[in-house]
Design a protein around this ligand. Structure first.
Ligand code: HEC
Length: 147
C-alpha cells in the first residue's frame, strides 16, 4: 500500500511537471501521430489559403486591392516561426481580426467553432515539423523567452 502511495505521488509530480512544460511549449513537432493528424487538418482547413505546401499566396507581401493581406507562407520563408506557440494558438483559435483588434480586417476566420484546442495544437505542430531543424531550435528559444 505504502509503495503504491509513493508511486501515485510520483505520478502526480511528473504529470504536474508535464503540464507546466505544456504551457511553455504547446506544440509537438516530433510526435509522429500528432504531426500526421495535423497534416490532414492542414490540408482540409488551411491549405486553400496558405498553400498545399505551406508556400502561401503568390505575392503575399503585397496588400490586396481591398487593403487586406494575402495569406502568408507557413514555411521558413514566412514569419509564422517568429511567433511563440501561445500567439500562434490564439491567432488560429480567435482569428487575426480579434487578436489585432480595432477595425483590422482579415480573410482568416477564427477556428474556435471549427477545430478543438487539440486539433489546433496538431495542425500547428505539423507546421512546425516542416521547418528546418535550425529554425525549430530558434523557435524553441523564442518560446522559452516568451514565458
Ligand atoms: C480564408 C483564408 C485562410 C484560411 C482558410 C486560413 N488562413 Fe491563416 N491567414 C490568412 C491570412 C489572409 C493571414 C494574414 C494575416 C492577416 O490577414 O492579417 C493569415 C495568417 C495566419 C497566421 C499568422 C501568420 C503570421 O506570420 O503572422 C497563422 C498562424 C495562421 N494564419 C494559421 C492558419 C491555420 C493554422 C489555418 C488552418 C487551421 C489557417 N491559418 C487558415 C488566411 C487564411
Amino acid at each position: 500500500m505504502r509503495i503504491l502511495g509513493i508511486a501515485v505521488a510520483m505520478l502526480l509530480v511528473t504529470s504536474i511537471a508535464a503540464k507546466t512544460s505544456f504551457s511553455q511549449s504547446m506544440l509537438r513537432p516530433s510526435d509522429s501521430k500528432t504531426v500526421t493528424r495535423g497534416s490532414l487538418i492542414y490540408q482540409q482547413h488551411c491549405s486553400s489559403c496558405h498553400g498545399k505546401n505551406l508556400e502561401g499566396a503568390p505575392s503575399w507581401r503585397l496588400r490586396l486591392p481591398n487593403g487586406k493581406l494575402p495569406a502568408p507562407p507557413h514555411d521558413e520563408s514566412g514569419h509564422t516561426w517568429h511567433h511563440s506557440d501561445k500567439i500562434l494558438f490564439s491567432l488560429t483559435k480567435q482569428g487575426p481580426t480579434k487578436i489585432i483588434g480595432g477595425d483590422y480586417k482579415s480573410d482568416m476566420p477564427g477556428f474556435d467553432k471549427i477545430l478543438t484546442d487539440d486539433q489546433i495544437i496538431e495542425v500547428l505542430s505539423y507546421i512546425k515539423s516542416r521547418w528546418p531543424k535550425e529554425i525549430q531550435k530558434r523557435h524553441n528559444l523564442l518560446n522559452d523567452r516568451s514565458r
